[in-house]
Write a protein that binds this ligand. Structure first.
Ligand code: 26V
Length: 814
C-alpha cells in the first residue's frame, strides 16, 4: 500500500490525539514534530527488530565502531529521506498548515562530538546502514553535548548544551541490558593448580545503561544500532549505608560521582589534557561495549577462538584504546583463556584509525592514573609492553636504540597510540598524505615493524545528508541532467563532466546557488539584522577554531583588502561576504582572541560607509551540524588553509566541494586528493608544502620577523592589531601579535601570506568570468562522488573488516 497525503494526515491527527490529547488546530510545532517521530518509529522499529534477527540467523560478521564522539545533528530529515518519505511528509505538513522546516527544527541537534572526528563517525553509520552492512556504533550518552556558543560583545561565551531537556525522540532505553563496570580497588594474585588467578577487590561499581538509537539505511530495510551508554549507580548500594541518617547524603554524593562519568563531552579537539574523568569515560565506554559484544557473541554458541570471524572492533582514534587490555582481561580472567590465545584473538579483532599527528593531541596517560583506576589492566599493559620490547630487542636489533621511544610504557606514561598499534591488525590514516606522513615520519619505526598493518582510508561524507538533504534544488538539477543512478552510486556524478561547459546547465547551477544565497542572506538578516549582498562571493571558513587551521590568515587577507580600499576608495573589488563559523575550546585563549578579532574586524568593515558594500564579515555563532547545513549550499569558496601537514584530512572541504564551492587551500589532508581529481585549474592551491614545513621545522630556518620587516602589506595589517584600530585599547590583540613575532609564528601565517594573497586574487579573477567559474564549480560537483562515505566504508569493508552486505527482507504486513 502506498501512503498518500490523506492517509498520513489522518495518521498524524490520530497521533496528536492519542499522544497529546490535542486536535490539529491546537497542536504546537513541537507536538507535531513528536507525532511525526512516533509515527516514523513504528516502521523503523519493525525493521530494526527484523535486522537484528536476520544478522543473528545468518550469523553475519558484525562491525562495532567505538567512538567517544558521534556528532549526529538532527535525524528527522535524514531518516525520512532514507525511508523514502521526505517529500510525502513535507507535503502533508504543508497541507496541514505547518511549515516543514519549522517542524523539523524542533529537533535539538545531538552534538555529541567536537568536530570532524565525531561527524565522520556519524557519516559512517549512515553509510554502513545504506550499504546493508552489519555495523554499529558504540558511544557515550553524554547528558550535555558540546557547549553552545554565544557571542557577547565579540567574545565567545559558553553555555551548557542541555540536549536531553525535551525527550530525545530517537532513543530507546534498554534497562534489561545494563552492565556493571568496575573502577579502582586492588588486585590479589593467587596460584590455582599452577595457574595464576587474579582477584579484584574493593572496586567501585558503576552501572552502564544502554540507550539505543536506530540507524536507518537508505532505500533498504536495514536498521543498525548506535548504542550510547549512560552511567548510573547500582541500585542496591544505598542499603550498605542506610543505617545512619547522614549516610543518605553520602549516598547522594556517591550517586552524583557516578553519574558524572557520562555527564559531559570534553570540549577539545587537537589538544589532549590528562583529566581523570575523561579517562574514566574512556574505560566506561570500552568495558560496557566489550561486555555487551561478548554477551551477544556467546549466544551464537561459537568458541571464543573464532571471535574475529564474527566481530571486528574499529577504534576511532586512540580514545577507546583500552579495548586492547580490557578484551585481554575479559578473555583471560572471565573466560579463562591463556595469554597467547587471548592475545591472538585480541590482535585479530581490533583495528585502529589515527586522526592526527599533532604531538599535543597524542594521548599519553600517567602510569599512576591507570594503575589506580584500572589495577588489573595496568598489569596487562605492563605485560604487553614487556613482550613487545623484548620482541624488538631480539628481532629488530637495528631498532634497539629506538625502544624507549617506541615503548608503550615509558617515562611513567602510557602511550595510547603505541598500545593501539601493537594490539591491532590494521592501522589506518584518513587521507593519502596523512597516511604517508604516519609511515614516513610520525610512526616510522612502527611501520618498519608492522608494514602490513598500515593502510589508507581517505575520509568521506554521506552525500545523502550533505547533498540530497541540504541542497534539494541542486539534487534535482543534477538528476535532470544525468538521471538518478548517482544517488545509489555517487561515483557516477562524473557523468556531469560533459555538462561543465553546457551553458544551459551552467545557468541552472547558477540559479540554484543564487537561491541558496538568498536563503542564507534571509537567515542572516533575521538573526543578526545584517544585510548581505546575494550577488557577492560567499567565502566560507567553517571549522573548529585552531591555530593550525589559520582563521588568522583568512582574516589577514580581509584586513589587507580593507587597507587597500582605504588607500584607494575606487578599488575594483567583486563584493565578498566572508563567513566564519567556529567554536574555540574554552581554555584556548589564543583561539578566543581570534574570535574577538574576527568580530572586531567585522564591526569596523561592516559599518564603514564605503567599504561595507564591497566587503562583509560575518561570524555566525554556535557553529554546529545544523548551522553547517544552512551555510554550505550557499558557498562559492571553501577555505581549507591549514598549515600543510597538520590537517589529517578535513571533511568540510568535501561537503563544500559537493555543493559546488571551489577550494582555496594548501596541499594538506584531502585537499591534495581533491586537487588531483579536479585538476589544478579547478582549485586554488597555495603555500608551503608539508615537506617544506618539515624542513623549516627541522632546520629552524624560519624567521617570521623578516616577513614582517620586509612586507609592507603585512606590516600594515599587523600594526592595526596593536594600535587601537580594532579595539578600544592596544593590548586586546597583543598576544596574537606576539605569537607571530616573538614566538616565531608556529603555523607559518606570515610565510604563507603572500602566496595566499595571490591565490585570492586568482579567485577574484576567475569569478569575473562567470561561465568559467561555473564550469569549475560543476567539475567540483562531478568529482565529489569519490568523497561519498559510501566509497570510504566500502574500502573499510573490503580491506579491513572483510564483511559483505546482509540483505534484510521485506516485512510481511498482515
Ligand atoms: C582529542 C581530544 C583530546 C581530549 C579531549 C577531547 C578530544 C577530542 C578530540 C580529539 C582528537 C582530535 C583529532 C581529530 O579530531 N582529528 C580530525 O579528524 C577528522 C576526521 O578524520 C579529520 O578530517 C581532521 O582533519 C582531523 O583534525
Amino acid at each position: 500500500m502506498t501512503m498518500t497525503v490523506d492517509n498520513l494526515s489522518q495518521i498524524l491527527k490520530e497521533k496528536l490525539t492519542s499522544s497529546f490529547g490535542k486536535s490539529l488546530e491546537d497542536a504546537t510545532t513541537k507536538e507535531m514534530f513528536q507525532s511525526i517521530c512516533l509515527t516514523m518509529k513504528e516502521s523503523i522499529h519493525a525493521n530494526w527488530q527484523m535486522t537484528q534477527q536476520t544478522y543473528d540467523e545468518k550469523e553475519s560478521k558484525q562491525v562495532y565502531y567505538f567512538s567517544m564522539e558521534f556528532l549526529l545533528g538532527r535525524l528527522v530529515e535524514s531518516n525520512l529521506l532514507n525511508m523514502g518519505m521526505l517529500n510525502l511528509y513535507k507535503e502533508t505538513l504543508l497541507s496541514l498548515g505547518f511549515d516543514p522546516e519549522d517542524v523539523f527544527r524542533e529537533e535539538h541537534d545531538a552534538g555529541l562530538g567536537n568536530g570532524g572526528l565525531g561527524r565522520l563517525a556519524a557519516c559512517f553509520l549512515d553509510s554502513l546502514a545504506s550499504l546493508q552492512l552489519p555495523g554499529h556504533g558504540m558511544g557515550i550518552r553524554y547528558k550535555y553535548g558540546l557547549f553552545q556558543q554565544k557571542v557577547v560583545n565579540g567574545y565567545q561565551v559558553e553555555l551548557p548544551d542541555n540536549w536531553l531537556k525535551d525527550e530525545y525522540m530517537w532513543e530507546t532505553k534498554r534497562g534489561d541490558k545494563a552492565i556493571e563496570v568496575r573502577f579502582g580497588g586492588t588486585v590479589e594474585t593467587t596460584v590455582d593448580n599452577g595457574h595464576l588467578q587474579f582477584h579484584h577487590h574493593d572496586y567501585e561499581r558503576v552501572l552502564a545503561v544502554p540507550y539505543d538509537v536506530p540507524i536507518v539505511g537508505f532505500d533498504n530495510n536495514t536498521v543498525n544500532t548506535l548504542r550510547l551508554w549512560s552511567a548510573e549507580s547500582t541500585t542496591n548500594h544505598f542499603h550498605f549505608h542506610s543505617s545512619r541518617g547522614h549516610d543518605y547524603y553520602h549516598y547522594l554524593d556517591y550517586k552524583r560521582s557516578i553519574e558524572k562519568i557520562s555527564e559531559f563531552l570534553y570540549p577539545d579537539d587537537s589538544y589532549y589534557e590528562g583529566k581523570i574523568l575523561r579517562l574514566k569515560q574512556q574505560y566506561f565506554l570500552v568495558s560496557a561495549g566489550l561486555q555487551s559484544i561478548l554477551h551477544r557473541y556467546k549466544k551464537r554458541n561459537k568458541p571464543l577462538e573464532q571471535l574475529s570471524e564474527h566481530v571486528v572492533i574499529q577504534i576511532n582514534d586512540t580514545h577507546p584504546t583500552l579495548v586492547v587490555p580490557e578484551l585481554m582481561r575479559l578473555l583471560m580472567d572471565e573466560e579463562k583463556l591463556g595469554w597467547d590465545e587471548a592475545w591472538s584473538i585480541t590482535q585479530k579483532t581490533v583495528a585502529y584509525t589515527n586522526h592526527t599527528t599533532l604531538s599535543e593531541a597524542l594521548e599519553k596517560w600517567p602510569e599512576e592514573m591507570i594503575k589506580t583506576l584500572f589495577p588489573r589492566l595496568y598489569l596487562i599493559i605492563h605485560e604487553i609492553n614487556e613482550r613487545f620490547c623484548k620482541m624488538l630487542w631480539y628481532d629488530y636489533p637495528e631498532l634497539r636504540e629506538k625502544i624507549p621511544e617506541m615503548a608503550i610504557l615509558s617515562y611513567e606514561q602510557v602511550h595510547m597510540a603505541h598500545l593501539s598499534m601493537v594490539g591491532s591488525f590494521s592501522i589506518n590514516g584518513v587521507a593519502k598524505l596523512h597516511t604517508d606522513i604516519l609511515k614516513d615520519r610520525v610512526m616510522k619505526p612502527f611501520y618498519t615493524v608492522f608494514p602490513k598493518r598500515f593502510n589508507n582510508k581517505t575520509n568521506g561524507i554521506t552525500h545523502r545528508r550533505w547533498l540530497l538533504n541540504v541542497n534539494p534544488k541542486l539534487t534535482d538539477v543534477i538528476s535532470q541532467a544525468i538521471g538518478t543512478d548517482w544517488i545509489h552510486q555517487p561515483g557516477q556524478l562524473t557523468d556531469l563532466i560533459p555538462f561543465a561547459t553546457d551553458s544551459a546547465f551552467q545557468e541552472s547551477i547558477a540559479k540554484v546557488k543564487h537561491e541558496n544565497k538568498v536563503k542564507l542572506a534571509n537567515f542572516i538578516k533575521k538573526q543578526y539584522d545584517l544585510t548581505i549582498d546575494d550577488q557577492s562571493i560567499v567565502d566560507v571558513h567553517i571549522k573548529r577554531l585552531h591555530g593550525y587551521k589559520r582563521q588568522l590568515l583568512n582574516l589577514f587577507h580581509i584586513i589587507h583588502l580593507y587597507n587597500r580600499c582605504l588607500e584607494d576608495p575606487s578599488l575594483d573589488l567583486i563584493p565578498r561576504t566572508f563567513i566564519f563559523g567556529a567554536k574555540a575550546a574554552p581554555g584556548y585563549s589564543f583561539a578566543k582572541q581570534v574570535i574577538k578579532l574576527i568580530n572586531a574586524v567585522a564591526e569596523k568593515v561592516n559599518n564603514h560607509p564605503d567599504i561595507s558594500s564591497k566587503i562583509k564579515v560575518v561570524f555566525l555563532e554556535n557553529y554546529s551540524v545544523s548551522l553547517a547545513e544552512r551555510i554550505i549550499p550557499a558557498a562559492d569558496l571553501s577555505e581549507q588553509i591549514s598549515t600543510a601537514s597538520k590537517e589529517a584530512s578535513g571533511t568540510g572541504n568535501m561537503k563544500l566541494m559537493m555543493n559546488g564551492a571551489l577550494t582555496i587551500g594548501t596541499l594538506d589532508g584531502a585537499n591534495v586528493e581533491i586537487g588531483e581529481l579536479v585538476g589544478t585549474e579547478n582549485i586554488f592551491t597555495f603555500g608551503l608544502t608539508s615537506d617544506e614545513v618539515f624542513h623549516y621545522q627541522r632546520e629552524g630556518e624560519y624567521r617570521a620577523r623578516d616577513y614582517y620587516n620586509n612586507d609592507r602589506r603585512l606590516r600594515n595589517v599587523m600594526d592595526l592589531l596593536v594600535n587601537e584600530h580594532f579595539s578600544g585599547d592596544d593590548v586586546e590583540f597583543k598576544d596574537i601579535f606576539y605569537s607571530l613575532l616573538y614566538n616565531n609564528d608556529e603555523y607559518f601565517v606570515l610565510k604563507d601570506f603572500d602566496s595566499y594573497i595571490h591565490a585570492q586574487s586568482r579567485v577574484q579573477e576567475a569569478y569575473q568570468n562567470q561561465s568559467d567559474w561555473l564550469s569549475k564549480s560543476i567539475v567540483n560537483i562531478a568529482q565529489s562522488g569519490m568523497f561519498s562515505s559510501d566509497r570510504t566504508i566500502q574500502e573499510y569493508a573490503n580491506d579491513i573488516w572483510k564483511i559483505k552486505p546482509t540483505t534484510i527482507g521485506n516485512l510481511i504486513i498482515k
